[in-house]
Design a protein around this ligand. Structure first.
Ligand SMILES: Nc1ncnc2c1ncn2[C@@H]1O[C@H](COP(=O)(O)OP(=O)(O)O)[C@@H](O)[C@H]1O
Ligand SMILES: [Mg+2]
Length: 255
């Protein structure tokens, strides 16, 4: 009889999509009896388990949808190696209010200094706080926009991207962008202007953006919108990728 009742309660919890509560209910009932848990504490514990389970599921889903090339976090970033970065500024950005203010974050600097690591870390933090995020390389984004132009779905695509409160565009400047690509990127930036946050990384200083887009006028129109509400992090320093390699080579020289 008790079993039948338990099954019924579990069935009801599942109808309410409280699956985790249903799953742990049998063990939880035993623990509660052993410890003589008051009713309120019993239901409190069960509900907390369900919330923790659902939160983890949501975060996993957001991380998967974001399509980060790797998962990086701020706690693995060695700020003492890259002294040109203000840790305080990065931690301030990690409170994510820039997303609600629809501001941009731009990481500039030579290869290997941690631009992608920091961009992903902020993106992961946003996922953990349940914001939808998408990670693109500049090249992938432009390719995607080019295909939607060919399919006559560009407007729809730009609208779809606007539903995402944070878009990361990594590696602007590594590959040259042709006129069509530049025009599509301009439309992307214009559509998000004051409507959605962007994190962008580039190895080229703003004065050299004319070279990336092969059109100085378009480059300055892009920068004009991008920089109006932007947090620019200029990283000057050595490549983290080369730090161990350099030590190795120096040691070899000494031998
Ligand atoms: N200050 C740092 N602390 C820890 N790891 C770092 C740091 N800077 C870079 N890295 C690591 O070095 C590699 C290159 O960094 P990355 O962010 O890809 O550089 P960038 O995008 O500027 O070229 C990555 O594996 C990254 O996690
Ligand atoms: Mg990078």
């Amino acid at each position: 009889m008790a079993n039948l009742q338990l099954n019924q309660v579990q069935g009801n919890l599942e109808k309410l999509t409280l699956n985790r509560m249903s799953e742990i209910l049998p063990d939880y009932l035993k623990t509660a009896a052993d410890r003589n848990l008051p009713h309120l504490e019993f239901i409190e514990g069960l509900a907390e388990e369900e919330i923790a389970f659902k939160t983890e599921k949501t975060i996993k889903y957001k991380l998967k949808r974001a399509k980060f090339p790797q998962v990086k976090t701020l706690d693995t970033f060695d700020f003492s190696f890259q002294t040109s970065i203000s840790k305080k500024k990065i931690l301030e950005l990690a409170n994510l209010s820039f997303i609600d203010r629809k501001e941009n974050v731009i990481f500039l600097g030579p290869p290997g200094v941690g631009k992608t690591h920091l961009a992903i870390s902020l993106g992961v933090k946003a996922c953990e706080n349940k914001y939808p995020v998408i990670f693109y390389t500049a090249n992938d984004l432009i390719q995607q926009l080019t295909s939607s132009l060919a399919d006559r779905t560009l407007d729809k695509e730009l609208k779809r991207l606007l539903y995402c409160p944070l878009i990361i565009v990594d590696e602007i400047g590594y590959l040259p962008i042709d006129n069509l690509g530049a025009s599509l990127f301009f439309q992307f930036i214009t559509s998000r202007y004051e409507k959605g946050a962007i994190i962008l990384s580039s190895n080229k200083s703003f004065s050299n953006w004319g070279q990336i887009f092969a059109d100085g006028i378009l480059a300055s129109a892009i920068l004009d919108r991008l920089l109006h509400h932007a947090n620019v992090i200029n990283i000057k320093g050595e490549s983290y990728r080369l730090k161990d390699r350099k030590k190795e080579l120096l040691n070899q020289e000494k031998e």
